[in-house]
Design a binder for this molecule. Structure first.
Ligand SMILES: [Zn+2]
Length: 863
């Protein structure tokens, strides 16, 4: 069956429509905007000088879609003998001239890098002034657009687009000390930009806007938004002053939208109470409409699509986190986006209290792969990953808040805002250091696991209680079941009793940990992380473990199911090849002797006939048989006609090539009842769905006892490994979910019915069974299958042979399941040997080993 993964964005309770999803609005727009923009690496030379003041003149010609510009630049040498300056500026703009101290300077302009050769050598700390004049066609991030038939000109430079319209350092780490932005446009247009408007001057039929930004600013935060706007002016009143709050609104939208901006001064007040005073208080805050589908936190003047509340609060949050303190490079973009995203949650909390906070964070849950730290900063899609840089990163702050406590958390934010990183740039380590200093806690592991580490914890827990001298002793066992990494987190444990509830905080930092609590009242329920402070998955009482031998991943439950659909949502399924998709809807052991007694975990009605044996738990071993064994014991007790059959299931996976393409499952089946069971058929059912599940083929090879499905050059099969098994039955089932009742199951299991058609494409499932057997009371029998993958048919068959070899060598017979682990075991392949043999030795400790070869007569032939 096909699994439909429904991705949707929760957006209830706050008047936030799906269209307004801020991570989506904020990230998607930038990804789109920069799809084609090239990442320009800082040239070594750019580390040799420090940018100071800029006076940037831009003359915008809407008709010719060209600009001409002049940048008067002040900078300072950081080395001795500096005689060259490198700036980033697109090659589509032409350099007219460059001069310094009235002397013209020579330059080279290639591949978006402008090398300016200075008139002399400058020493450390020495001031350099120069003027660069340029003209032509700006790059893709400077947009000539129209809205309501009127010119709309806008920029969105993050991450690497500043060079599209002015000579700069394209990376954020060297902030300009300040900048004047002087823009000339046709008379009917209004230019909105950073800082304060110093003057407007009419020059013939044009108008010149002179903006002054006196706070330090990263190049990507310099912006223009130009349109015949209608301006709404509000004020943010604070202790001892007022600051203008401007809204540049498309005139046609003004009447309908103007009131929606009334909330901005309130947001300024609320966020200033959380983070410290608005950082550009001597200037202004504003929002200017532009034409991309989202927002961009340009310093003192956000550009946005429209007045969406949560988008506006997100971009305002950026004024502290992104603009005042900017990520040093885009590896650490979460310091911008995670913080702005958490600002949304704080706004929800401000409006709707705790419920608002937790509901909002719930909508930002991301339970997938990837690190928050951006490894590849050449891809804007990766930098602005909504899942990681926004959602998961906001969860890191949310979790930090709970780990350090509410008041410490806000103290951290206030101190970070006032730290030496104020109006500067920061890395994760800078922020972590402040957290450590303020909280007095060692948070290294917290930041390592959440910023640099992948995944999230999957907590599996089981609990029970006993009465002891009038007290109730609760035993809790927590196991971390995620694929990678062990997380260290404090977890709130809430135990409800007849007279209320008690909450305990435990520290959980190991794969398997046990805890004991003492209560005066009888416990009714136990909840792990009741208020959802941890980004996690929780499973109670059911175990699902993954084999992952780097080529094949198979989720195995503690009660007979494989895959992820029974029970719902558990496990990863069957992934093959390792970078491929899930190929399994669900699978399970199936056995029975009549339509009244077929035991399986059916997907159709989700009736689980198998039941985990009481007081047993699924166990993982690394033995010298395989690299990972998973052992579990379960029974037929959930079946209404239970015959007291117990199954000891062990699955084996190997991480050595060429044994990575299969997993062996061995079932030791014991009749613990007091009646013999005859006419017993036993099989492995697997509902493989390869690629397009409606177009799978099915085939078999009876000599190899192998049944397999295929599509798109992926072959997945089941092999019956017992060479002496009774009458193997190879059954293909079409649309098993529709046609899978107890009568049909037994007919298929026992080979009385079969829909097997090799040339029909469809939604096949595979069943490979064998029988009839008689299992007398008290007796056991063993049957083993391999689940095998191949990226072509030959490979499938080769891997099937390897699986058979390992089975023959290690797993025949009922002893030798867990041999003495101190033995050293060699794995030989291929078997039989042709001209070469590969010898892999598994040893529990480093030791001298000697290998000798003997022929069949017992004569030593080598070494
Ligand atoms: Zn943002």
């Amino acid at each position: 069956m096909k699994v439909f993964i429904l991705l949707f964005f929760l957006s209830f309770a706050f008047g936030l429509s799906a269209q307004e999803n801020t991570a989506l609005l904020c990230s998607k727009s930038r990804i789109k905007n920069y799809e084609n923009s090239l990442y320009v690496r800082e040239t070594g030379n750019q580390n040799d000088f420090d940018l100071g003041f800029y006076k940037l003149y831009i003359d915008v010609n809407y008709v010719s879609k060209q600009i001409s510009g002049k940048a008067e630049i002040t900078c300072y040498s950081k080395i001795n003998n500096l005689n060259e300056l490198d700036f980033d500026i697109t090659s589509s703009l032409s350099i007219k001239k460059i001069f310094s101290n009235n002397k013209s300077l020579s330059f080279e302009h290639n591949s978006d890098v402008l090398k300016v050769f200075l008139d002399k050598k400058y020493s450390t700390g020495q001031k350099i002034t120069l003027t660069i004049e340029y003209y032509g066609q700006s790059g893709a991030t400077f947009h000539f657009d129209t809205k309501y038939s009127l010119p709309m000109i806008w920029t969105l430079s993050e991450p690497y687009g500043s060079k599209d319209w002015w000579p700069c350092k394209n990376l954020p780490d060297d902030k300009l000390d300040s900048i004047d932005i002087i823009v000339t446009v046709q008379k009917n247009l209004i230019v909105a930009s950073n800082g304060l408007l110093a003057s407007t001057d009419t020059i013939e039929n044009k108008i010149q806007y002179h903006w002054k930004e006196r706070y330090p600013i990263s190049s990507y935060l310099v912006s223009l938004a130009i349109y015949p706007y209608k301006i709404k002016t509000d004020y943010y009143y604070y202790d001892g002053g007022k600051m203008p709050v401007l809204s540049y609104i498309f005139a046609s939208d003004y009447e309908s939208d103007k009131d929606k901006y009334n909330v901005v001064p309130v947001m300024l007040e609320v966020l200033s109470s959380y983070y410290g005073q608005y950082p550009f208080i001597k200037e202004k805050y504003g929002n200017a409409q532009f034409l991309w589908g989202g927002g961009m936190e340009h310093q003192t003047l956000t550009s946005l699509l429209g007045p969406y509340e949560y988008l506006m609060v997100h971009e305002l949050g950026h004024q502290w986190w992104g603009d005042m303190i900017t990520c040093k490079d885009f590896h650490h973009i979460w310091l911008n986006e995670g913080f702005a995203s958490y600002t949304e949650a704080l706004w929800a909390e401000y409006k709707s209290g705790e419920f608002g906070l937790h509901s909002y964070m719930d909508s930002k849950k991301y339970l997938g792969h990837g690190t928050i730290y951006v490894d590849d900063i050449s891809q804007s899609g990766r930098i602005f990953s909504g899942a990681l840089s926004y959602n998961k990163a906001s969860w890191v702050l949310h979790m930090l808040r709970h780990v350090v406590g509410d008041s410490t958390f806000f103290e951290i934010l206030q101190q970070y805002a006032q730290s030496d990183k104020k109006y500067d740039v920061a890395t994760t380590e800078d922020f972590a250091k402040i957290c450590k200093n303020v909280s007095g806690m060692d948070l290294d592991r917290f930041f390592n696991q959440w910023i640099y580490g992948d995944y999230h914890p999957v907590y599996l827990y089981d609990w029970n209680y006993r009465e002891d001298m009038g007290k109730y002793i609760v035993d809790l066992e927590i196991e971390q079941f995620q694929l990678e990494n062990i997380f260290s987190m404090p977890i709130d444990i809430t135990i409800k009793t007849g007279s209320g509830k008690e909450t305990f905080v435990i520290q959980n930092d190991d794969k398997l940990q046990k805890y004991i609590f003492e209560l005066n009242n009888k416990p009714i329920s136990l909840i792990l992380d009741e208020n959802d402070w941890i980004l996690k998955e929780v499973k109670e009482g059911i175990d699902m473990v993954n084999h992952d031998n780097s080529e094949m991943l198979l989720s195995v439950s503690s009660f007979g199911s494989f895959g992820h659909n029974v029970p719902d949502g558990l496990g990863y399924g069957l992934i093959f090849p390792r970078e491929g998709e899930n190929r399994l809807f669900y699978g399970s052991l199936i056995f029975g002797n009549s339509s009244d007694y077929v035991v399986d975990n059916s997907e159709k009605d989700k009736v689980l006939d198998f039941k985990k044996k009481e007081n047993s738990s699924i166990s993982i071993y690394k033995t010298n048989i395989s690299n990972l064994d998973i052992n579990t014991v379960y029974t037929d007790k959930n079946h209404p006609e239970s015959k007291d059959v117990e199954i000891n299931q062990t699955s084996y996976s190997w991480s050595l090539a060429p044994f990575r393409d299969f997993i062996i499952v061995k079932y030791d089946i014991k009749n613990k009842g007091n009646k013999d069971i005859d006419n017993l058929y036993i099989g492995q059912f697997m509902d493989f769905d390869i690629g397009d599940y409606l177009e799978n083929y099915i085939d078999k090879n009876e000599d190899e006892r192998l049944i397999y499905q295929s599509a798109d050059n992926i072959f997945i099969g089941i092999k019956l490994l017992n060479r002496n098994s009774e009458n193997p039955v190879f059954t293909g089932l079409l649309n098993a979910v529709d046609n899978w009742d107890e009568n049909i199951k037994f007919d298929y299991l026992s080979g009385q019915n079969n829909a097997f058609l090799t040339d029909k494409q469809g939604d096949w499932s595979s069943l490979l069974s064998s029988g009839p057997y008689t299992l007398n009371a008290g007796d056991s029998m063993s049957i083993s299958f391999a689940i095998i993958g191949g990226t072509n048919k030959d490979q499938l068959f080769v891997s099937a042979d390897y699986a058979q070899s390992l089975f023959d060598h290690y797993l025949t017979g009922t002893d030798n399941i867990y041999p003495d682990q101190t033995n050293t075991i060699a794995i030989l392949y291929p078997n039989p040997v042709n001209d070469k043999i590969h010898i892999e030795i598994n040893s529990p400790k480093i030791q001298h080993s000697k290998i000798s070869f003997y022929n069949v007569d017992g004569k030593k032939v080598y070494l």
